[in-house]
Design a binder for this molecule. Structure first.
Ligand SMILES: [Zn+2]
Length: 366
């Protein structure tokens, strides 16, 4: 994780970077933000920056061996503790594969996302975990740099786990940095809080989220503002809304094509009514999505499967429909959808436009 992969929060990033530049990194930091905020990614980006062999003024390089090992969660001096379950002997390292996947796919994820990933209902950090950390810290650093211990959801430590950790926080070994991440500071021992330097992670503001979504997710400014409004600047929630939307578009488009294929007017007319009730932005989104899938169907038809970027259900859909669409029709279908988009932009009644596209596609596929 790099700082640049986190939306906004420049003042927090600068504060952390400056502490490295001026050699004032606290030996224990407490990243405190609500569930779904940037606290965990921020701690990861900071750990990367501290150990990077070639950092810039604003970020780790992302390319040196250390950055790459940290990014793959395979750095021997970067230790993790996070909630797990399954008995005293089950520690974080037993879940390291799942943890890597989680950080790769969902670094802004919440505790419930994580528990879902490892299929348990309630997780905790047992005292054995603290003991394991202390034992690991007694060994020499493998690569000569800092040893970093990241404890995610520090509030999941029970009393004895917290007390065991406290001892090592009070007398930290040299060149060791603790990064604690919490979503509920009130559940931490005050003695732990007083041993750490708090880094408050706020939610992002509208400008920060918009800039990020426009640049990294190719989402329009208008839609980004709407996502901000719905997510209240919680990054995980914002991503969820985007996924949900993609899911809706996927289902919607698949149904549309099925009804066209079956020439089912009993379904196409109500679908046109539904389309009519959507905002112009959503209508545009659906047709854009349709064009994207048609392009992939084209690639599949001409044997350029290696260029297809889709996965799972969408890929299956494309494979199935590439058998239905005649090669010579794909361009026409794509033109029909583009023309429809133009008409809708010019405020031609969407219901009629949509029905018209549907019937033309149905005739072509027949
Ligand atoms: Zn680096």
């Amino acid at each position: 994780m790099l700082f640049s992969e986190i939306p906004g929060l420049v003042e927090i990033k600068n504060h952390l970077i400056n502490s490295v530049k001026t050699n004032h990194v606290a030996h224990a930091l407490l990243f405190d933000g609500e569930a779904g905020s940037a606290s965990l990614p921020m701690a990861l980006a900071f750990a990367t920056y501290i150990n990077c062999q070639n950092p810039s003024e604003t970020d780790a390089c992302g390319l040196c061996p250390t950055c790459q090992k940290i990014n793959k969660i395979a750095h021997p001096d970067f230790l993790f503790a996070y909630p797990t379950a399954g008995g005293k002997k089950v520690l974080s390292e037993n879940f390291i594969k799942e943890w890597r996947l989680f950080l790769q796919n969902n670094p802004f994820g919440t505790l419930s996302d994580w528990l879902e990933e490892i299929d348990i209902k309630q997780g905790n950090i047992p005292v054995e975990e603290s003991r394991q950390i202390i034992q690991n810290l007694s060994l020499k650093s493998y690569e000569g740099g800092y040893k970093i211990v990241l404890i995610w959801m520090a509030e999941a430590m029970g009393q004895s786990a917290a007390n065991a950790l406290l001892k090592v926080l009070e007398e930290p070994p040299e060149k060791t940095i603790f990064l604690l991440v919490t979503t509920n500071i009130n559940r931490l021992l005050t003695t732990i809080i007083s041993r750490t330097q708090r880094v408050a992670i706020r939610n992002v503001n509208s400008e920060e989220l918009t800039e990020y979504l426009v640049k990294s997710k190719n989402i329009t400014e208008e839609r980004s503002k709407q996502i901000y409004f719905l997510s209240e600047g919680n990054i995980s929630k914002a991503f969820e809304i985007i996924d949900q939307n993609d899911q809706n578009e996927k289902t919607w488009f698949a149904n549309w094509m099925r009804y066209c294929y079956a020439f089912d007017l009993g379904k196409l007319v109500p679908l046109a009514d539904e389309f009519d009730t959507l905002t112009k932005e959503s209508q545009r989104g659906l047709l854009d999505y349709g064009l994207k899938i048609i392009r992939e169907i084209y690639l599949q038809t001409v044997g350029a499967e290696n260029l297809i970027k889709l996965e799972n259900e969408e890929l299956q859909f494309v494979q199935k429909f590439s058998k239905v669409f005649k090669f010579e029709n794909i361009g026409q279908i794509s033109d029909l959808i583009s023309e429809g988009q133009m008409l809708i932009e010019r405020n031609v009644r969407s219901k009629i436009t949509f029905l018209d596209i549907s019937l033309n596609i149905a005739r072509l596929i027949k």
